[in-house]
Design a binder for this molecule. Structure first.
Ligand code: MV4
Length: 515
């Protein structure tokens, strides 16, 4: 099989076109592989961890993404000028931008991801759906083509049978979607979906699917090399989402047995083959209550939740991406992979779960990550970091692994008892609450569960407990005192108060004592 990277060519220097925890993860992977790393950073990220850890760092512009991390042309020019032979886009930003991948290719730089053609095919939801239907991959029952007018659409909806879902042809991630439960609601929904699609994507094509009630979101990690090999590395369960934002993921899925895993894996490999997929990718499925599964879309990037697959397969996905990009065939350990043990990822966001998850920017006054058996923390921040409003509010991923789900849940409780983040609000209270939720503990999840429980006030009290308010006040006071000490006199030698001791004092505050 011939594709641009089927001849082996080692990478010497890779430019990481991203920020935060994923830039750190990729820089580490590059170091492990003996490849030099360079990162771009915006003026707001000058003090970030990627800048500290990479071999080289280059300021690409001011804080707003479209003046920095989204400047595709400037990033390719930079790569050329610093002698980088590869670009890793991470997730978000330019990672699923076919034009950017094409621009890299045209400049003779390896884009560490699939081909521009695969990216653009998977970017169109109708086109990917059509390709999957033709390849024999199960898709949600529904139409094959965009619906040109109301009459055609109404007729199609009647044939599929209510409830139905209207989706934007150029959509994804939930935008421009409309659920219609009965024929009388259809005309209004059709017009609304079209105008929303036009406003969001500059394309008002919409198509129809049967609505699947309370499914799970289960996705399959795949790898494809430049020699025609494609493998499945098993599934991730991603049903715990809040308004289309993933919150908790786990592998393996509590709902997937070996037979279903084999069938979903085969479907995912078929899907990847249908587009000549190379590098790491994820095939998303809806898994219905009755065990039927349906193709949803392909994410043509390394995903946020990739570490849980790393934990249960033992495969380093960034190492695999680099090896594939250098024209190497998939390593023998990528074949016939069965998950071993269990892993859960908690996304820690700088958001206030007691106030509708509003972003909570500010300075991280005290920070203590959990450690010990089965714990991995991927983050781009450290104590003293300033969390801004410019980017995604995810601070860190806490990845917990163990022999089985009960052990991972016990370790999750332990990790959450050790963790300490003061100065900003985070979603950690939600994770503590999940450990008391019977459905979560039993692995009974579906895509609507978190929103239902949050709206019903079932998981968190509507009001923040008083002790959590005290801890924020205490952090502010400690910061103020530290500033006083700094300006008054140098810290006495040997009398330095570590963040750990500070947080020990604050732990007392949480218990209600000011001593
Ligand atoms: C669906 C669906 C139910 N039935 N399609 C949401 C994001 C987009 N990629 C597809 N989505 C859905 N499509 C049919 N026919 C339910 C969702 C959905 C969802 C899917 C995955 C993860 C979370 C979700 C939350 C709400 C709705």
């Amino acid at each position: 099989m011939t594709s641009p990277n089927s001849t082996r060519k080692p990478l010497e220097k890779v430019l990481v076109a991203n920020r935060g925890e994923i830039a750190v993860r990729i820089v580490r992977g590059l170091r492990d592989a003996g490849i030099r790393s360079a990162v771009i950073y915006s003026e707001a990220d000058r003090q970030g961890l990627p800048v500290l850890l990479a071999d080289e760092a280059f300021c690409i512009g001011p804080a707003p993404s479209n003046e920095s991390y989204l400047r595709g042309e400037a990033i390719v020019d930079l790569a050329l000028s610093i002698g980088a032979d590869g670009v890793h886009p991470g997730y978000g930003f330019l990672s699923e931008n076919a034009d950017f991948a094409r621009r890299c290719q045209a400049a003779g730089i390896v884009f560490i991801g699939p081909s521009p053609d695969a990216i653009s095919k998977m970017g169109s939801k109708v086109e990917s759906r059509r390709l999957m239907m033709d390849a024999g991959v199960p898709v949600v029952p529904g139409g094959r083509d965009p619906l040109p007018d109301l009459a055609t659409a109404t007729e199609a909806a009647g044939q599929i049978g209510y409830p139905v879902m209207l989706k934007a042809a150029s959509g994804g991630g939930g935008k421009g979607m409309r659920l219609i439960r009965s024929a009388e609601d259809f005309p209004g929904a059709y017009r609304a979906a079209r105008s929303e699609a036009r406003a969001s994507f500059g394309d008002d094509d919409v198509y129809l699917e049967k609505y699947i009630e309370e499914p799970r979101h289960v996705e399959i990690q795949v790898l494809g090399d430049h020699h025609g090999n494609v493998v499945s590395l098993g599934e991730r369960e991603c049903s715990l989402q809040r308004r289309h934002q993933k919150v908790v993921e786990e592998a393996p899925s509590p709902a997937v047995d070996p037979d279903l895993r084999r069938r979903m894996g085969e479907a995912a490999v078929q899907a990847a083959r249908a587009v000549g997929y190379t590098n790491a990718g994820t095939v998303e499925f809806l898994l219905a209550e009755n065990g039927e599964f349906f193709f949803l879309e392909v994410n043509t990037r390394l995903q946020v939740e990739h570490p849980i697959t790393e934990r249960v397969t033992g495969i380093d996905l960034v190492a695999a991406q680099l090896s594939i990009a250098q024209g190497e065939p998939l390593a023998p350990e990528c074949y016939g992979v069965e998950p071993r043990g269990h892993a859960i990822e908690l996304r820690i966001y700088a958001e206030d779960p007691y106030r509708g998850f509003v972003p909570s920017p500010g300075r991280i006054e005290h920070l203590r990550w959990p450690e010990g058996p089965g714990i991995r923390v991927d983050t781009g921040v450290y104590e003293g970091s300033e969390v801004t409003i410019y980017y995604d509010p995810m601070l860190a991923k806490l990845i917990i692994s163990g022999a089985d789900r009960p052990q991972v849940l016990a370790r999750m409780a332990r990790a959450l008892s050790e963790i300490r983040i003061d100065g900003i609000r985070t979603t950690i209270p939600l994770y503590r609450a999940l450990l008391e939720d019977e459905d979560f503990l039993a692995g009974r999840l579906d895509i609507g569960m978190l929103d239902r429980k949050m709206d019903g006030g079932e998981l968190l009290p509507k009001e923040r407990p008083e002790e959590e308010d005290l801890s924020l006040i205490a952090a502010a006071l400690a910061h103020y005192e530290a500033g006083e000490r700094r300006s008054a006199r140098p810290a006495p030698s040997g009398g330095h108060r570590s963040g750990w001791r500070q947080s020990g004092r604050l732990a007392g505050v949480r218990g209600g004592s000011w001593s």
